[in-house]
Design a protein. Structure first.
Length: 136
């Protein structure tokens, strides 16, 4: 019978591995949030119309407040989405990041990526298209 020149690990494989207390915690990847346009709907469906009370857009302020300098806000303020201008398009940024370190194109792409990171944005390729995603 030939001699075995390795340590048998059949018991480890059968039990699913060692159960030591010291091990790396499992990393949970959270999905980055995607930016969507916010749309305000002005018209109301006929089914819902009897249940909705339409209020006046402009608030009538008392005379003493207008004399003090208070002004009524005319439009509703939704959280606006940032329109970040970068020196390169999003596709060219990803191409530029894979250029040699001595290339000026690489440095321009790195600068554009830094601008996006300052705005808590990142780039992600989805089905062949480059999209901006919001980072935490």
């Amino acid at each position: 019978m030939p001699t075995i020149n390795y340590t048998p690990i059949d018991d480890i494989i059968a039990n699913g591995g060692y159960s030591s207390k010291e091990k790396e915690p499992a990393m949970v990847k959270s999905e980055p949030l995607e930016i969507h346009e916010i749309v305000e709907h002005k018209e109301v469906d006929e089914e819902v119309k009897p249940h909705i009370e339409v209020k006046q857009e402009n608030v009538k302020l008392p005379e003493d407040l207008t004399q003090a300098g208070v002004e009524a806000v005319e439009t509703t303020q939704f959280p606006n989405l940032q329109k970040i201008k970068t020196p390169l398009s999003d596709e060219k940024i990803l191409v530029g990041l894979h250029q040699p370190i001595t290339s000026s194109f690489r440095w321009l792409a790195t600068l554009a990526m830094h601008i996006l990171k300052q705005a808590h944005l990142g780039l992600k390729v989805v089905h062949g298209k480059v999209m901006r995603v919001q980072r935490k």
